[in-house]
Write a protein that binds this ligand. Structure first.
Ligand code: NAP
Ligand code: 8YV
Length: 316
């Protein structure tokens, strides 16, 4: 049996399938995973992890015979893929199987902001409907201009899901795509022209705080920010200040800078909808992600190839 070091959670099905071919060593069961690796890391050939926990550099260093890292998630900014590649370690992730689900989450957040779902739910629960009458009117989510920051696999799924609302889609990314939507080379310009900005780029240094004060001010008091990418993509402090001052209208957020910590100032605001990073978190989609995570490991064990390498490892 090959030796697998597992970082973070896994479904029962994943554990069962992996258990048939690997001896699984779970970091969560160890008092001191680093000390365990110092004693046993030589034997580890495979790692299963997720986009949030990644693989710490000191863990990587303690596994000299590592062959492959399988990430349960499409985002892999917590894994140093260049260092892995330099060592001949292939990194895989779970693209495509979660596009529709994360698209649904983005639309859910947008609709909740426009139609004040949380405010009106609270209105009914509090009994105020009975004592004060109808609640205040909301904004229609129909016929809005939505700017997608990062028109990749999930960005396209979001655009598709918004079509029935008569949405005009525009987008910003580093390169222009072969699509009919209007491309903006400049994010501030796009933010100025849209009603809603939806962030769905990868995290990491290249996108760190690219949604800054200038972008937020361009989006403006009637603007809505949706973030289903990574918390690091948005300058959280600047966003909170803009929401507090009314310089930014609304925000629907699935991701935060220092998860699971969410600043109290943000939690106190009424013009936000907050989710605990559940963009892909349905039973169906997590099952599909788990299956691909396991399939990558099993295939590598069998013939040294993988199904869905990260782009940096595509030619390994
Ligand atoms: P993808 O297909 O690689 O798309 C990423 C898009 O971002 C591309 O259009 C890319 O275009 C653009 N991009 C990359 N770097 C950029 C930059 N510096 N500035 C502007 N645009 C940039 O990835 P995906 O599968 O759609 O996933 C996107 C991300 O969603 C993941 O990496 C992950 O962080 C996040 N995610 C979140 C959840 C959740 O639960 N909330 C779930 C799944 C994924 P260019 O290369 O042309 O710039
Ligand atoms: C997961 C994600 O929450 O795929 C991603 O990039 O952010 C989510 O689907 C996460 O990776 C699971 O740990």
């Amino acid at each position: 049996m090959a030796e697998l070091f597992m970082i973070g959670g896994a479904t029962d099905v994943m554990l069962e399938r992996l258990g048939e071919k690997f001896t699984i060593h779970r970091a969560q069961d160890m008092e001191d995973p680093q000390a365990w690796l110092a004693a046993n890391g030589n034997g580890i050939e495979y790692v299963a992890t997720n986009g949030h926990d990644g693989v710490k550099p000191e863990f990587m260093a303690a596994m000299p015979n590592l062959k492959a890292i399988s990430c349960y998630g499409v985002g892999y900014d917590a894994i140093d893929t260049h260092a892995a590649r330099a060592r001949g370690v292939v990194v895989t992730h779970t693209p495509n199987v979660l596009n529709a689900e994360v698209g649904t989450t983005a639309v859910l957040l947008m609709l909740a902001c426009y139609r004040e779902l949380l405010r009106d739910d609270a209105y009914v629960r509090s009994g105020r409907w009975e004592t004060e009458g109808n609640s205040a009117l909301t904004r229609s989510a129909d016929n809005q201009t939505v700017g997608i920051l990062g028109l990749g696999r999930i960005g396209q799924a979001i655009a598709d899901k918004l079509a029935p609302w008569g949405t005009k889609i525009v987008y910003h990314s580093r390169s222009q795509k072969d699509v009919d939507y209007t491309y903006y080379g400049d994010l501030v310009e796009m933010a100025r022209d849209v009603d809603t900005l939806i962030c769905i780029t990868p995290g990491g240094p290249a996108t760190n705080k690219i949604v800054n004060r200038e972008v937020l001010d361009a989006l403006g008091p009637q603007g809505t920010l949706i973030n289903v990418s990574r918390g690091t993509v948005v300058d959280e402090e600047a966003m909170i200040a803009a929401l507090q001052d009314g310089r930014l209208g609304w925000a629907g957020l699935d991701v935060f800078e220092a998860e699971p910590h969410v600043p109290e100032a943000l939690r106190k605001l009424n013009n936000v909808v907050l989710l605990p990073h559940v963009g892909s978190a349905t039973l169906e989609t997590r099952a599909a992600m788990g299956a691909l995570t396991v399939d990558n490991l099993l295939q590598h064990l069998q013939d040294g190839t993988v199904i869905s390498p990260v782009p940096e490892c595509a030619d390994m």
